[in-house]
Design a protein around this ligand. Structure first.
Ligand code: UDP
Length: 395
């Protein structure tokens, strides 16, 4: 573990991890969420469990099951907790509990520490068999539909501690509360160093010209990511600086709105041969890595955002990011130091031009950006924080 990350993660974090690992050696650490694939939580757990094991901790990951009705209900929770009006009947709350009860019967919930991720498995606390139980909320519950939060927090208040991603996304809780930001794994395919040959392969396959500066945004096709705003900003900048624009994102799957946004983007981009719309299949990690590395200027012009992992991913590659001043983005971008925060199309266009005209500035800010990620947003730091919370909450 130390050898893998030494020279990459801060020495102090690695030392603390090693010490915490010694204290918690052979003790069991169970993570529970509701999906093994798709979404940031699963992505982080896939990388984190092997690291915990390497530290000598007996780490496990269990996934709760449920039928369509269960996940329809928990999707409504998700929306309501993020402020969208939803009515949740008493019967729905009861079903949420019953499905968790069935899961409690089939899953092995015995562990020295249990980290429950998000609202779906939160009632499992009623079936606790000992150990420190911690609830980890990955979503923005700053302005929830009150009734839904009140009902859910009946369970949350029974945990030893709770963890939120960003201070302003949290709710005051009657139990210990910690803020632990998400992180990236510098050794994953999305973030590891790529060889010249690997870069060439991606550029060739995706048919990207390298004769002009590249403006990039990687995002799901979602209105809140403002892809149309990105096109407008690129057009303003292009009047003065010749460049190409790459919008890379996933194809709409079962999200009707995603399909609609993608069509709007296609309409706006039509007729401009310098706009590259790349529809990336799932598991395009290496391609995303390569795109972030070959880009000259990277945007994350969100109008509303959770944390915005793409910002950290890009900064880790030594690039400043022009990001919307929203959600977790200002935590990552220090305006004028590791990138620029913008609130309009014109602002984004101005910053694109400023960076295109100052390669030295890109280099200088990019170095600060990478350093900032190294200190704050690598997975070793997140594991260090989880283990510290466990140690503090141990019974
Ligand atoms: N991503 C991806 N394929 C895509 C678009 C995005 O794998 O087509 C990745 C991106 O690299 C990042 C994550 O999905 O790791 C998106 O996380 P973020 O917090 O930026 O936004 P979210 O989509 O969760 O709102």
């Amino acid at each position: 573990m130390n050898t893998q990350y030494s020279g990459i993660a801060p020495k102090g974090d690695l030392l603390l991890l090693q010490k915490l690992g010694e204290k918690l050696k052979n003790r069991s650490f169970l993570h529970v969420n509701s999906t093994r694939a798709g979404g940031g939580v699963a992505e982080i757990l896939h990388r984190m469990i092997p690291i915990l094991k390497e530290l000598g901790i007996n780490a496990r990951w269990e996934v709760i099951g449920g039928d369509e009705r269960f996940f329809d209900i928990t999707k409504k929770f998700h929306n309501a907790l993020q402020g969208k009006f939803e009515t949740i009947s008493e019967e729905m709350w009861q079903y949420h509990f019953e499905v968790n009860k069935v899961n409690a019967g089939s899953l092995n919930l015995e562990a020295d520490a249990v980290l429950i991720h998000d609202p779906q498995p939160v009632p499992l606390i009623e079936f606790r068999k000992g150990g420190a139980w911690i609830w980890r909320c990955h979503i923005d519950v700053a302005s929830p539909i009150k009734e839904v939060w009140d009902n859910l927090s009946r369970y949350c208040g029974k945990y030893n501690a709770t963890i939120f991603s960003v201070a302003k996304f949290a709710q005051a809780m009657p139990v210990d509360e910690f803020i632990i930001a998400p992180s990236i794994d510098p050794l994953s395919d999305k973030n590891r160093e790529l060889s010249e040959e690997e870069l060439r392969e991606t550029v060739g396959r995706l048919q990207i010209p390298l004769d002009r500066p590249i403006i990039l945004q990687v995002s799901r096709f979602d209105r809140f990511k403002d892809p149309i705003g990105v096109i407008k900003a690129y057009r303003l900048a292009k009047k003065y600086n010749d460049c190409i624009l790459i919008l890379a994102g996933s194809a709409a799957t079962d999200d009707p709105e995603g399909e609609m946004v993608l069509n709007e983007v296609k309409e706006h981009a039509a007729g401009d041969p310098d706009i590259y719309l790349l529809l990336l299949p799932p598991f395009s990690d290496k391609d995303i890595n390569a795109l972030q590395r070959i880009a000259t200027v990277v945007l994350q012009k969100s109008l509303k955002e959770g944390f915005g992992l793409t910002v950290t991913e890009t900064m880790w590659k030594g690039k400043p990011v022009i990001g919307g001043a929203t959600g977790g983005i200002p935590l990552q971008i220090t305006h004028g130091v590791t990138g620029f925060l913008v609130s309009s199309v014109e602002g984004a266009a101005f910053r694109i031009r400023q960076l295109l005209n100052n390669p030295e500035m890109i280099k200088r800010m990019g170095e600060s950006a990478r350093e900032f990620v190294k200190t704050n947003f690598l997975m070793t730091r997140q594991i260090r924080d989880y283990l510290s919370v466990w140690r503090c909450s141990a019974l």
